[in-house]
Unconditional design. Structure first.
Length: 145
């Protein structure tokens, strides 16, 4: 899980994206967020965008962003039996998959939002679909080699 910020504010005041990536399947889930997102709001974003579709992961990788270091996360995952692995920000050996997805996501958003920069959050479902289908095709072609 990671954040991308410094996007133009959309109509609802979102200037960032919560990026959730399954390291096994490479599936991406995206959620618009405000710069002032709290640990509780991030947890709710996780529940709404990941947990309800896929359940709880056995391992959760995060880059020690202050929004994730709160006791809320530690207690939540301890109660649910999930190990919380904290990585270092921008540490490619630990969280490189998400960092790569973030770079591609930023490129896509620049392209699709060139005309109307404040509409990016309404396009997240389409961007998420494009990312997931592109990653899937890459995995299939690699498996067939």
């Amino acid at each position: 899980m990671d954040f991308i910020f410094e996007l133009p504010a959309d109509a609802r005041g979102h200037t960032g994206i919560l990026v959730f990536l399954c390291r096994l399947s490479k599936m991406v889930r995206l959620a618009a967020a405000r710069k002032s997102v709290t640990a509780l709001q991030a947890a709710q974003g996780f529940v709404d965008n990941v947990f309800r579709h896929h359940g709880l992961p056995e391992v959760f990788v995060s880059d020690r962003d202050p929004r994730f270091v709160f006791h809320f996360w530690q207690h939540l995952f301890r109660l649910l039996g999930t190990r919380l692995d904290m990585s270092t920000a921008d540490h490619l050996q630990t969280n490189g998959q998400t960092e790569r997805v973030n770079r591609v996501l930023e490129d896509i958003l620049r392209s699709v939002c060139a005309a109307e920069s404040t509409k990016w959050s309404t396009l997240l479902p389409q961007v998420e679909c494009a990312l997931n289908n592109a990653v899937y095709r890459l995995r299939v072609s690699l498996r067939s080699m």
